[in-house]
Every structure is written in C-alpha cells, then in structure tokens.
Design a protein around this ligand. Structure first.
Ligand code: SAH
Length: 390
C-alpha cells in the first residue's frame, strides 16, 4: 500500500516560509522592483530616474544583474548601486532536454532552494512554464509537486526571474513567447507576488510580455479568482477542474472541500472574459475515476453557459501516484462526447515525459525530503537531484 497515494487527504496547512528578500538578503533585490519603484529607489541614491530605467533594461532585456556590466552608467554610480542592491537572482543550475525538445531547467534561488521551470518549444508558440512556489500546499492526489507540501512562496523577482533566465538561455529574449503559470505551486495562493511578476514582465522597457500571452492555471481558489477580475493586467485563465461532482472532486482536489464546484463555476461565470477569450478547463483523466462517458456528459452540462474550452490531460504517471493513465481509446471516446456536443476540446500531448518535465511531474529533491521523494529516489526515477544536477 502506498499511503501518500491514497485519495482524499486534506490540504496541508503548510505555512509559507519567511520572505527570503527579508531574511536571507537584507539588501533590496532589483528583480523584485516594478520599474517605477526601481526608478524611485535609484533616484533616492542621488541618481536620475532615467538611471533606474536603464538598470531595469539591463536587468530584463539584457539579462544581467551585474552592475559592473551596465556600461552606460557612470563608474561611480555603478559602484554605488552595487553597494546598495543585492545581485540575488534565480540562476540556471542545470538543464535536461527531452527527445521532443522540451527542456527542464533546475533553477537555484538566492537562499539555495531549487525550483523547476520548463521550456516547451513550438506548440506552436515558444512557451515557458514557470513555478510560483517551492512545492505546493494543495495536495492534489495525482500531482507529484503536491507531495512536497509547501516549502515557501516565491517572490515576484523569482517568478519573473525564471522567465528572464529561460528567455536568455534559449536566445528568445527578443522574440514573442508565451508564459504558462503551470509549474510548481498554486499561483493564486501566492497572489500578490504573482501579479507583481506579471506587471514586471509586461513592462515595455523589459521583456514586454502582454497579459494575453500569459495563462494562469489555478486549482480554483474562488476569492482570488474574483479578485483577478479587477486586475488591469488580467492573464488568460485555466481552471484545474478534473471532476464533475463535489464528491469526486473533493477526493482528488482537496481544496474543493472549501470551495465547491458550484461556487467555482459561478465565479467563472461572473468573470469578464474578453470577446475572443475563453476560460480553459483542465481535466486530468484518471482511468476508472473520472473518465467515463457519464463524466463527459456531466462535464458538458457543467460548462453550459460558459465561454469554455476543455483541455484533457491524460495522467502523467509517477511513482507514488496511485492512479492509471487511461488508454488512448478511452481518452478519444471522452473527447468525442464533448466535441459532439459542441464543446471545444483538445488533448494535451505530454511534452518532456521522459525527463519528468510534464504536468504534475515537477519535484525537487533536497528541499524537504518527503516520502514520495524518497520513493522516487529509490526507484531511480530521474527527478532532479540538487547535488548531481542533470
Ligand atoms: N496549481 C496550478 C498549476 C498546476 S500544474 C493548478 O492546479 O492549476 C498545471 C496542470 O497540471 C494542472 O491542471 C494540474 O492539475 C495538472 N497535473 C498535475 N499533476 C498531473 C499529472 N500527474 N498528470 C497530468 N496533469 C497533471
């Protein structure tokens, strides 16, 4: 028996760790600043506001945190900035590339913790999948990251900094790319940092990623979804639905005990979705659990009246996950029922499964050794190891 693989255990009450920018590093971290704030901070040192804008451009467009390299600033100012600010930044420690080109990056944070981010090429856009927390508190029964529990929230600079690191590593910093907040963590559980990261990323003086190129995937934290509606930079939304009755959903997505399906669907209906935008509903298919024709028909009824599209995710299996991936035939039969009733549906082709970069497979060893991680290690299942790299 695999105790942590059983369905229905409650969400962990993991308290977010202390804010690393306050405890690990006393100096302000430039990557954590929106441009206007950085301009003010730099001006307070006696420089001109445009110097702050120059620093912002170096940080995000050129991808450097080294004041030494910011050659259009005077030598004295550079020295002053280097003394005032920290150069803390998420850095790529190692990478693994899948046969299909998907590349998983192990990223080291300033406090020595690790997260994973993924580059998914040609889908057809270039896409970066980034994390919002170290671990996750939501404990969805089929998700490997959920087995870690929450270690800590990421700061805005750490969230946006992953995009910076990947964009510069892949040579795409000056191209159009998409961002999906589908890595480790629940973005709406780390709401303020996530939204600030999106504002930093959208800045025209930086990477200039418009919100329509960003998709935020959430387990369904209803009050936070409502708050999103008032955001000036509202990303596309993906809801991890995964089930069509409260009984079923509470078993596999424990947060459903707090925010019921009815509340979640009602919140989605209230969201102002732009003319061409649709809300994506992600639905992980677990054989014999939520993949029957009756489930498919209930899903159609549930989404009635919402501008929706459904993204089916056949389970990515992993050790410690006590579910089975349905056959392609079952997946297709499920998709057909939706399509025949006029629901837009796609099946997510898993990318990077051979390197464990696929959905729900991101887990970092060495943060807090959980039973699932120890099991993964024993079975030699190639999660990143912090000491051996890729
Ligand atoms: N916390 C966010 C982001 C999670 S990852 C959320 O819940 O939406 C993005 C998607 O991958 C989610 O829909 C998640 O439920 C799904 N996922 C998690 N584990 C999976 C697995 N083993 N196989 C397939 N999809 C999985």
């Amino acid at each position: 028996m695999i105790p942590w693989g059983r369905v229905g255990f409650p969400p962990r009450r993991g308290k977010p760790g202390p804010d690393p920018s306050k405890t690990v590093e006393k100096k302000p971290v430039p990557l954590d600043f929106e441009r206007a704030d950085l301009e003010r901070e730099v001006a307070a040192l006696g420089a001109k506001p445009f110097h702050g804008r120059q620093v912002f451009r170096w940080l995000w467009r050129k991808g450097t945190s080294e004041f030494d390299q910011m050659t259009d600033l005077g030598r004295e100012l550079r020295a002053e900035l280097a003394g005032h600010f920290s150069d803390a930044a998420p850095v790529v420690e190692s990478r693994q590339t899948s046969a299909d080109g998907t590349t998983k990056f192990l990223i080291r944070l300033a406090d020595g913790r690790h997260i994973e981010s993924v580059y998914i090429p040609d889908t057809p856009a270039q896409t970066f999948c980034v994390s919002t927390q170290v671990g996750c508190a939501m404990a969805c029964a089929f998700c490997l990251t959920g087995k870690m529990g929450l270690v800590r929230h990421l700061t805005a600079g750490e969230i946006a900094g992953q995009v910076r690191a990947l964009a510069h590593e892949t040579g795409l910093a000056n191209s159009a790319f998409n961002i999906v907040l589908m890595g480790m963590g629940e973005p709406l559980h780390n709401y303020d940092a996530t939204m600030k990261a999106l504002r930093i990323l959208a800045d025209e003086e930086g990477l200039a990623v418009p919100p329509r190129r960003v998709t935020l995937s959430t387990v369904g934290l209803v009050p936070a979804i409502e708050k999103l509606a008032s955001e000036p930079l509202m990303p596309n939304l993906a809801i991890s639905l995964h089930a069509t009755t409260d009984e079923q959903r509470s078993q596999i997505v424990p947060i459903n005990r707090k925010y019921s399906l009815e509340d979640l669907i009602a919140a989605c209906k209230r969201l102002p979705v732009g003319k061409r935008r649709r809300i994506t509903f992600e639905y992980v298919l677990l054989e014999g659990v939520n993949d029957t024709p009756a489930d498919a028909r209930r899903l159609v009824r549930l989404l009635d009246g919402i501008k929706a599209k459904v993204n089916l995710l056949p389970l990515n299996e992993a050790p410690g996950i006590a579910f089975t991936r349905p056959s392609d035939d079952r997946v297709n039969a499920f998709a057909r029922i939706l399509a025949d009733r006029g629901v837009i549906v796609s099946v997510r082709r898993s990318r990077g499964r051979d390197i464990r970069a696929a959905c729900g497979q991101l887990i970092v060893e060495g943060e807090r050794s959980s039973a699932a991680q120890r099991l993964g290690k024993q079975m030699g299942t190639g999660s990143f190891s912090t000491d051996s790299g890729s």
